[in-house]
Design a protein around this ligand. Structure first.
Ligand code: BTN
Length: 256
């Protein structure tokens, strides 16, 4: 049977010289990426899988990663600055640019870094800084729902989850994967001032009334209005009592 994705086919689509490993199934590509850091892998070493049994999401949640319908990968970075916010913001813009330029889609960003198509989440992004003895690195994990999963989405995400493509065409996984990697390399290595505008332009959260869920789970959820994002992709909020806050992490959910 023809493999859904191979490193060989992917490399034909890629101009960059990076190390890529592709697995059928792993617990989490983030875990394998960490092992590769310990072994001293090169920057941009990429670990991808067609399914994950313990996919990791933001705020300690799990990430639904079924067989056959998604693409899950982690990239190892050794950045000069460990600004996780800047890396995830740049990654969100890069994923959007790849979806726009190669597939003509119109993705939007839900702050901080969910990628939406028609208001449904099709991609999640998670960057983690790691400091292991002498070694410091960032693992940037990206999970994409390519197709509708067999058996559907689990109930807890059914209302919010979406997928990118209705039909599977030859080479679609490689094309998408290569386009994202190329855009990521450009956006992360050449951080330019206009990226904040690129993010803002695509941010579906700005102007909306939202429930603000704080990263510190001891803090109570508040209702606010998302006014803008700043140059570091932080969210400027105005609460019902007029108080303002700039949020660097946490989550918002748009009120209907
Ligand atoms: C989120 O939306 O909560 C972030 C999801 C990030 C998921 C990706 S899939 C590849 C990598 N491996 C993981 O275990 N998580 C990230």
């Amino acid at each position: 049977m023809k493999k859904l994705l191979t490193a060989e086919r992917l490399k034909k689509e890629l101009s960059a010289d990076i190390d890529i490993e592709i697995f059928e199934s792993v617990d989490s590509t983030n875990n394998i990426a960490k092992e590769r850091i310990v072994k001293g892998c090169r920057p941009w070493h990429t670990v991808a899988a067609l399914s994950q049994t313990e996919g990791q999401g933001r705020l300690g949640r799990s990430f639904f990663s079924p067989v056959g319908s998604g693409l899950y990968f982690s990239v190892v970075l050794y950045p000069e600055s460990f600004d996780i916010g800047l890396i995830t913001g740049a990654a969100a813009v890069a994923v959007c640019e790849a979806l726009e330029s190669v597939f003509g889609l119109s993705p939007r960003i839900k702050w901080v870094n969910d990628i939406l198509i028609n208001e449904k989440k099709v991609c999640g992004i998670l960057a983690k800084g790691l400091h292991m003895g002498e070694k410091s690195a960032v693992v940037l994990g990206i999970g994409l729902n390519l197709f509708f999963p067999e058996g559907g989405f689990p109930e807890d995400i059914r209302d919010r989850a979406g997928y990118l493509f209705s039909v599977e065409t030859e080479g679609i996984r490689e094309k998408l994967f290569a386009a994202i990697l190329e855009r990521l390399m450009d956006r992360i290595e050449n951080q330019r001032a206009e990226i904040a505008d690129e993010y803002r332009k695509r941010c579906a959260t700005i102007g909306k009334t939202v429930d603000v869920i704080f990263a510190d789970s001891a803090k109570k959820t508040r209702i606010g209005r998302a006014l803008d994002t700043d140059d570091r992709f932080h969210l400027l909020l105005e609460y019902e009592n007029g108080e303002r806050e700039v949020l660097s992490s946490g989550e918002v959910s748009v009120r209907i």
